[in-house]
Design a binder for this molecule. Structure first.
Ligand code: PAF
Length: 289
């Protein structure tokens, strides 16, 4: 069956209403398009757990900070359709900005959904102020439009995943969030829509991000539990062209930051954000005790 592209909220609502009348379950994969192997794995997961699947393709303006790459963000709907189709997705929901935010020129008028400050004053939320308000707002809108039973989110955006799970619990959305494993190139580089901006030499430098994380994980497995020492292992593995934004350790269950003076006693996420050739990349590993 071929994948249908829907641009209008009302049209999608009618389709979903029909699907629900047939007692079929619905899964949503929210994306900003430029679909790659990581997205494909999310879509395949969605297809394996629900009768009807929707992937949203929407470059959400309100989650980009001033000076970020909103205008340059790759928009590749024709290619996305092929990827979605090969994964078995039923509908691509690709609304215009005006369809999602008819009054975006009056941004201060928009009702926003915002995560708690202490969970965003860390990692990506700290450097991208307001980013997660934009993410939670658009995801809430998508949840209300699609009304999925399940929604798949990738573990590469680990802070986003944590905040979405919390939002769903705090606001009683009747939706199961399905975390999906981060997908890497054979080289170790985490798949990202932004990888296509990297030159060959940038890519070589970018590879040291996963290398640093793997070195931290290996050292941890060998018994180094001291955060300062693990931090240094990471730093020594990063190429000089990698401009580090953060290398942080947070508790997997609470997302509380672990100080460099601490010793790891429970599962921890070790995450990096860095710029290579001006391209912002994120990656993480889980250190399991
Ligand atoms: O992870 C993304 O691509 C975006 O943050 C999301 C969840 C689609 C919201 O715009």
């Amino acid at each position: 069956m071929s994948t249908v592209v829907i641009n209008k909220i009302d049209e999608l609502r009618d389709i979903i209403k029909n699907v629900k009348l047939q007692n079929k379950s619905v899964a949503l994969v929210p994306t900003m398009g430029c679909l790659h192997g990581g997205h494909k794995s999310l879509m395949e997961k969605a297809c394996s757990i629900a009768d009807f699947t929707v992937v949203s393709v929407f470059v959400n303006p309100i989650q980009f900070c001033p000076g970020e790459d909103y205008d340059q963000y790759p928009r590749t709907l024709d290619a996305d359709k092929l990827v979605a189709e090969s994964a078995g997705i039923d509908v691509i929901f690709a609304p215009s900005v005006n369809e999602m935010y008819p009054n975006l020129n009056k941004f201060s008028d928009l009702t926003m959904v915002a995560p708690p400050y202490e969970l965003t004053d860390i990692m990506c939320g700290k450097s991208r102020v307001g980013h997660f308000d934009g993410v939670e707002t658009v995801v809430t809108k998508l949840f209300n439009i699609v009304q999925p039973d399940k929604a798949c989110f990738g573990m590469k955006d680990i802070q986003q995943l944590f905040l979405i799970k919390k939002m769903v619990a705090d606001l009683n959305f009747p939706i199961e969030i399905i975390p999906c494993p981060l997908v890497r190139e054979e080289s170790g580089l985490a798949l990202s829509s932004r990888n296509k901006y990297l030159s060959d030499s940038d890519k070589t430098s970018a590879l040291t991000i996963s290398k640093a994380l793997f070195a931290i994980r290996d050292s941890f497995k060998l018994g180094i539990k001291d955060v300062k020492k693990l931090f240094d292992v990471g730093l020594t593995n990063l190429d000089k062209n990698v401009e580090l934004e953060y290398l942080e350790f947070v508790c997997e269950d609470s997302f509380k930051k672990i100080d460099s003076s601490d010793t790891i006693t429970k599962n921890v996420i070790c995450a990096i954000a860095a710029r290579v050739g001006g391209v912002r990349l994120i990656d993480n590993v889980i250190l399991e005790v």
